[in-house]
Design a protein around this ligand. Structure first.
Ligand SMILES: [Zn+2]
Length: 127
């Protein structure tokens, strides 16, 4: 039997999100509407983090604004170095589109090693 997945509030991840958004000037990201959780017991073997969104139809159904949730997979994320964690969170934030609409930007054209290297360097230089 699979162990059920458990979710925990992740204030450390939220603090990193706030710092990255501020240092990289991601003004389209409403940090109050970015939630961060740590999961334990995920069956996926390779995923380190993922981003979920409150899409358009849910916004309408719940009469609320868009929101995003960054989930880090504890078994893998927690073992990373600080530098690797920063890259993972920058990557997830890059999935948020300019309109903060509840949709996603794809990897193609928006997220690749070159873009991540550049933004991570900018973040590091902004300390
Ligand atoms: Zn991605």
């Amino acid at each position: 039997m699979a162990v059920p997945i458990e979710y925990f509030d992740a204030p450390d991840v939220k603090a990193l999100v706030v710092e990255i958004v501020s240092k990289l000037g991601f003004r389209h990201v409403e940090v109050d509407r970015v939630f961060c959780f740590r999961s334990r017991g995920s069956q996926s073997r390779r995923v380190v983090a993922r981003i979920h969104s409150l899409g358009k139809v849910w916004q309408k159904a719940l009469n609320t604004r868009a929101g995003y949730l960054i989930e880090v997979i504890s078994e893998r994320y927690d073992k990373l170095t600080q530098s690797e964690k920063e890259r993972v969170i920058i990557h997830e934030l890059l999935h948020i589109p300019a309109g903060f609409s509840g949709g996603f930007r794809p990897h193609r054209g928006f997220i690749n090693k070159r873009i991540l290297d550049k933004l991570h360097e900018e973040y590091r230089n902004n300390r």
